[in-house]
Design a protein around this ligand. Sequence first.
Ligand SMILES: Nc1ncnc2c1ncn2[C@@H]1O[C@H](COP(=O)(O)OP(=O)(O)OP(=O)(O)O)[C@@H](O)[C@H]1O
Ligand SMILES: [Mg+2]
Length: 299
Amino acid sequence: MSISLLELIDIMRHLSFIHYEILLIMEKSLRRFEYVPLQYIAKKVRIKPNKLEEIMDFLLKYKLVKKKQEEYIGYALTYKGLDAIALRSLSMYGVITKVGPKIGVGKEGDIWITYFDNEPRILKLYRISKECFRRIRVYRYYYMPNKVYSWYQLAFRSAQREFRALTVLYNAGVHVPKPIARSRHAIVMDYIDGVELVKARLLNPLDTFSKIIREIVKAYKVGIVHADLSEFNVLVTRGGEVYLIDFPQYIVSSKPEAIKYLTEDLARIVNYFRKKYRIDPNDLKRIINEILKEEGVKI
Ligand SMILES: Nc1ncnc2c1ncn2[C@@H]1O[C@H](COP(=O)(O)OP(=O)(O)OP(=O)(O)O)[C@@H](O)[C@H]1O
Ligand SMILES: [Mg+2]
């Protein structure tokens, strides 16, 4: 289920300091409780449980929390609750001032256009559902004590990883969107005015191919292999520049398996140009070898 961010922003107008304080307490206790006991929250905020229950019901009405009544009264944070905390801190830090349309629903995240003044920025909110657990396991996450904590951790880790990769790459001059800020499972980056490679009609495919390979090799040199690169994760601008995106599953170049992932990334790009533009794969491989040589990389 994907919720509307605009609806959430509307809800956020009704929230006051105490609501956020409670949501933050619930976030902090995720590791300890699947459902945080009402009594526990009451003690932390110094409000009597019966008065607090009214406030909690308000959060419940807007689905920022879930409630359980068996054994004890307890509440769990929902994705929507977490979105509210993340959006609040991003707007408090002045990173985004307005939310625009949703432009993508990915396997692991929702992508929104947002604005800082009138400048467009991309907001990526990670949503890890059960279906992605299999793919995610590759990253070797750890012990997961409860359901809410585990999705929180996975979404948080993915955002953290992507933000880290973008920072290293951007600082090294590799063509990726400039990372701007992260809060929990949310990252904000520059908007690239382009289209996915799969949707582009290239006038000079060999030139674009070379540019993509050069970015892949530059990324490898600064320690990062994308590991899920394809015609869907490359953006091409009108001016013919290329940008690599979508990095949560990246592999560090020094890992023994990095070369395998690098070779697979290269192979998917080669395959795409071979099929779509009917280019002889030997020509493509020659270009790759030239770039590897120029960049001083042996694989
Ligand atoms: N910085 C950006 N600028 C412009 N468009 C972007 C940007 N980042 C993402 N997009 C658009 O949103 C789409 C999804 O983004 P991304 O690939 O990062 O997310 P994803 O959830 O991992 O998607 P998937 O799982 O389908 O690969 C991209 O294919 C692209 O069209
Ligand atoms: Mg993608």
